[in-house]
Write a protein that binds this ligand. Structure first.
Ligand SMILES: [Zn+2]
Length: 493
């Protein structure tokens, strides 16, 4: 383990990333530093440009998380690093020499049970001026602690809520959490993108409450939320409307009641708008658009919270280990014979039987996926395909799920690799979260399919594996046994 932390930068915005990369190249972190940029654009083209000076200093990797959100991008990043510590950086900042020095000192001074060290970054500052104690901006995390709690819960949409959730789970497991003094240079080099509207985290608060109980804010020292205010404002406005309507149809309601309620709602809403405008809480936006956003904020916040309550009403704990493995069939588990219709030709590859058996003994569900485009194209009949697969089942089965793409190559189906259909469907059929599913394959398209679905993956290179696939796969293993070993340890990006 290297004492230098790995640097993980989840990003969706290349423009605000460049000044950070330039500053990293100029900052003498020890030359062994690993830098992982996780490109979370849904369509990650064109490639992110890496300054030559940075490439010369550090091992830079670009991984793609296909628009699955900040927590998923962060998970991919820390799992790719093999350092003792990982530090997550936001994109709209620059690192400085003082920051790097202080980070190294703070991590060196952290005890073996310290799980998190949070730098003081404005990314944690909410639009209400209150500071969220934990955020993905300048968060250093001990890799073992992240692994123990299963990483970030990818159901959160806000980075700060995902960080608070990880802090709460580490706290529960006895890890120490530190607020550190280091500070990034956050003088924006680009016009800062307008921050997300403050109500976006409301749905996440429903999940935090479900996972950690109603006292999660006290446990972690988070400032009080504003949901009560939003709920009160919205309720007053709604009741005013109802009372007015009831009076209209002759209900015995005092004449002043609708007016009083409407007045309360307007006053409360106006106070919110005024705070927003005075504090200029949405940089980059005009005062008028800030005011307009303030007026609709309370009802939208209430709606978001209700959506969150609904979405997460039966949410289970975030899984800490891999619960199911989907093996690619031809070239990974059995010898690849194109257009094979003879069951007698089916030969398991070395270690295949032992690998699937070891997983089954560990209680990990095992599935199989294969592309059968020859069926869609009419070169192989369904009957022939079934006979071959029955032989695979006899030699290596039973499998808990079979995923077959039998469509023609030009059918435009969602299961043709590297589309994400087969891993997604396997997770649904096995009733496991897709993030607890690992795909084991020998081609780049197997890995891409897993990444796009939100699953984890190990590439086991074979004779047909391209050099590009090996260079970009988040994790490779030299054989099936090693791949299974990594999966059982839960150490798979
Ligand atoms: Zn298909």
């Amino acid at each position: 383990m290297s004492p230098t932390p790995g640097v993980v930068i989840p990003t969706r915005d290349e423009l605000s990333l460049q000044p950070l990369l330039v500053s990293l190249a100029a900052t003498p972190l020890p030359p062994t530093a690993q830098v992982v940029i996780v490109d979370d654009r849904s369509n990650p083209l064109p490639d992110i440009a890496i300054p030559r000076e940075l490439r010369a200093r550090s091992a830079v990797r670009v991984q793609r998380s296909w628009g699955r959100g900040l927590p998923a991008a962060a998970n991919l990043g820390w799992r790719v690093c093999d350092t003792e510590w990982v530090v997550f950086l936001p994109t709209d900042v620059r690192v400085t020499l003082e920051w790097a020095d202080q980070l190294m000192r703070e991590l060196a001074a952290a005890g073996a049970r310290t799980g998190l060290s949070q730098g003081q970054s404005p990314a944690g500052r909410s639009r209400h001026g209150a500071v969220s104690p934990w955020s993905l901006g300048d968060l250093a995390a001990r890799r073992d602690a992240l692994n123990e709690v299963g990483g970030f819960d990818e159901r959160y949409r806000c980075g700060s809520r995902a960080a608070i959730d990880v802090a709460l789970r580490m706290h529960r497991d006895g890890w120490l959490l530190r607020q550190a003094a280091r500070q990034l240079d956050h003088r924006a080099t680009q016009p800062r993108p307008a921050p997300a509207p403050p109500y976006r985290c409301m749905a996440d608060d429903a999940l935090l409450r479900r996972m950690h109980g109603r006292r999660w804010r006290q446990t972690i020292g988070a400032p009080r939320g504003h949901f009560g205010w939003h709920a009160g404002t919205t309720a007053a406005a709604a009741t005013a409307n109802l009372a007015a309507a009831a009076r209209g149809v002759g209900a015995p309601i005092p004449r002043r009641l609708p007016l009083l309620l409407a007045g309360a709602a307007v006053t409360s809403s106006a106070a919110l708008v005024a705070t927003r405008v005075i504090q200029r809480q949405r940089p980059g936006r005009s005062r008028w658009s800030t005011a307009a956003a303030g007026i609709i904020e309370s009802p939208v916040a209430v709606m978001q919270r209700l959506r969150g309550e609904l979405r997460h009403r039966v949410a289970a704990a975030w899984p800490t280990e891999v619960l199911a493995v989907l093996f690619e069939r031809d070239g990974t588990l059995i010898r690849d014979i194109p257009l094979n219709t003879d069951p007698g030709q089916v030969r398991p590859l070395p270690g295949a039987r032992a690998a699937v058996d070891r997983l089954r003994r560990k209680g990990v569900r095992v599935g199989l996926m294969a592309t059968e485009t020859a069926v869609g194209a009419g070169d192989v009949t369904r009957h022939q395909m079934r006979a071959v697969n029955e032989q695979v089942d006899r030699l290596l089965g039973p499998f808990d799920t079979w995923q077959l793409c039998t469509h023609a190559p030009d059918a435009g189906c969602s299961c043709r690799l590297p589309e994400p259909g087969m891993p997604s469907r396997a997770a649904r059929e096995l009733d496991v979260p897709v993030s607890a599913l690992a795909v084991v394959g020998h081609l780049g398209e197997d890995v891409t399919s897993a990444l796009r679905a939100g699953a984890r993956s190990v590439l086991v290179p074979g004779p047909n594996t391209s050099a590009a696939a090996i260079a970009t796969a988040p994790r490779t293993a030299r054989d099936l046994q090693t791949a299974v070993e990594l999966i059982v340890r839960g150490d798979v990006p």
